[in-house]
Structure formats: C-alpha cells, structure tokens
Design a protein. Structure first.
Length: 333
C-alpha cells in the first residue's frame, strides 16, 4: 500500500523509510519524528537514517529540529539563565542583542549560522565605523550564545572561530601627574574634592566610592573597605556586590588622604553608620551621569587635562604607598 512503511522491522527499529522516500526516526525521547526533508529516493533516505542511527549510538546525534531553531527563539530561551549576571551586564547584553545581533541573525536557524556569515557580520560592523572594542563586545556575546547552543547540542560546532575577534584593543596607558590630579580637584565643587583625591590614590571605582558608607571607613587604621557598589541602569541606582570577588577588599589610604577623608566625613557625609560617604549634593546616592556632566567634564576642561575619570582615578595606589607622583590615566578618545 502506498505510503506504508515497507521495513518489516518498523515497529521495533528506531528508523524507517516509506515508499515515497520519506524517512522517520525516533528521537532520544522515543518519539517518532519525520526526517528534516523528503529524499529523492528510498536509498538516500536509508543512508541518511543509517548515519543518524550511527550518530545516536556514538552519542553524537544532533536532532535537526533543534538546529532549525531560529536565533531569536534560542536567545529568548537562553535569556532567563542570565538572571545571575550583574544588572549592568544584562543591560549591556540587551543592547548588543537588540542593536547588533538580532537584526542580522534573528530569523536564521542556529544550525545555519556559518563562520563566513559571522565574519561578514563582523566586517560590516567595523566598516560602519563602530569602535573596535564595541565590535569585540558584540562578537563575544555572539560567541557566548553559540557556545550555549553547542553545549545544548543544537549545533555541533560554534561558527565564532575567528582568532582574536573578541579581544579588546588596549590603548597605550598614559600617566597623569599629581599636579594634574590636584588641578582637577581644584576645579570641582568643594564637597566633591575629597572624592577626587580618594579615587586617585585608593584605586576605587566610581561605583565603589558612591557605595561607601560610614561603617566602611576606619579612621584609626586609615582604611576603607569595599563591600558594595552602586551602578546606574536605565535611570535606576541598584546597590550590589563589587564587580568581582577580588574587588572585595580593604585599602589603606596615604596619611594625608585619610586626614582629608576624616574632615569630609564631618562636613559632607550622611549621618549614621549606614550614611553615604559621598552623597549627591541634593542627597541620596550620586549618579554617574550627573557626576560626569556636572562635575568631571567641566573640571578636566578647566584643568586642560582631557582625561577620563575611570582611568585617571583608578589603579594608582599600587604604584606607591606614599602620595604618588603619578596616577594612571588614559587620554579621552
């Protein structure tokens, strides 16, 4: 009878082929599934099914239905597993997915994304004038998503195979003199001056400084303890743990900076053990965007320094435990 399986073992075996050349196989759950396409002949179908059965026996079977999953659908399925990531990281991923990944790969089955397609996508991003490090971030995220697809056996190999494509370009590090730091501090409002000095000579990130509370400062031992940070995500100011486990640390301040911080605590910090050490002028946590626009940019322009806060005021303390003559900085691109 036409359409009826001619393999007399069909009831017991994992695969069968009917007279029309359509193959059927049993998936890992034992359900009977149709092959991903209709074959030109019964022989072609039989060969495909034999290969599939051999792959299953070796543990190398890839269900073609999974490979047919569209990139958009796969990302939507994967996204809830990122709940453990920092809010700033998730916000960055959402932006990269929306702007750079979904428009190109969204409707493509994950099993059909090839290395050539990925290379062409990266080349287009670079040709568009997007900063190389932004392209590298987008590439790393795509590679992460496709690695999950490999792990879930949606695909056999990742298409993100270009060596160095996800590596950031690290510009040559410049140095700001202590005079430049002092010049910047001289052009900020008086209530923010100590923040500049503590940042320059403690290695604390801005979010770590804005998250400092009175209980984190030990005037006797001249130390500050990094126990949390405040980030800014979509206008919100969530309080969370430091960036990495190693970011939880206690830093000893140079004597003069410790004295300046003690005076600041008396004059500008919020009261009580949980009071913020560096609150905003209007009270409450300081916003990075407001600090940069109202305080940092005008100060560096007035000082003629043209330096970025996050590099001027980080990683300087390790160079000299006394008041250093130089602190690390990068030139604003």
């Amino acid at each position: 009878m036409r359409g009826r399986a001619v393999d007399t073992r069909a009831r017991h075996c994992r695969h069968s082929v009917d007279r029309s050349g359509a193959g059927r196989y049993r998936d890992d759950a034992g359900r009977l599934q149709s092959a991903p396409r209709t074959f030109a002949s019964k022989g072609d179908a039989s060969r495909w099914l034999a290969t599939a059965e051999a792959d299953q026996a070796r543990g190398e079977w890839l269900d073609p239905r999974l490979g047919a999953t569209r990139f958009d659908a796969f990302v939507d399925e994967w996204w809830p597993t990122t709940a453990h990531l920092r809010s700033t990281t998730r916000a960055s991923y959402e932006y990269l997915l929306r702007v750079h990944l979904r428009p190109t790969f969204g409707g493509t089955p994950v099993g059909r994304i090839t290395p050539v397609m990925v290379q062409a996508w990266r080349a287009d991003l670079l040709a568009s004038g997007l900063a190389p490090n932004s392209v590298a971030k987008a590439y790393r995220l795509l590679a992460r998503v496709m690695a999950v697809a490999v792990h879930g056996r949606y695909i056999a190999h990742t298409p993100c195979m270009e060596r160095g494509a996800g590596t950031d370009e690290v510009p040559e590090m410049r140095f700001a003199t202590a005079d430049q730091v002092a010049a910047i501090a001289a052009h900020v409002p008086e209530r923010d001056r100590v923040l500049i000095y503590v940042a320059a000579y403690s290695s604390l990130r801005l979010g770590e400084l804005t998250g400092l509370r009175r209980c984190d400062v030990n005037p006797l031992h001249k130390t500050v303890t990094v126990a949390r940070q405040i980030t800014e995500v979509r206008g919100q100011l969530p309080v969370g743990p430091p960036k990495t486990a190693s970011s939880r640390r206690t830093v000893r301040l140079p004597d003069l900076i410790a004295t300046m911080l003690d005076d600041h605590l008396q004059r500008h910090s919020e009261p009580g053990p949980e009071g913020l050490v560096f609150p905003a002028a209007e009270g409450g946590p300081m916003r990075r965007t407001n600090f940069r626009r109202r305080v940092w940019v005008p100060a560096v322009e007035a000082a003629g320094a043209s330096l970025r806060y996050q590099h001027v005021c980080r990683r300087s303390a390790g160079r000299d435990r006394r008041l250093p003559r130089r602190c690390r900085a990068s030139v604003l691109q």
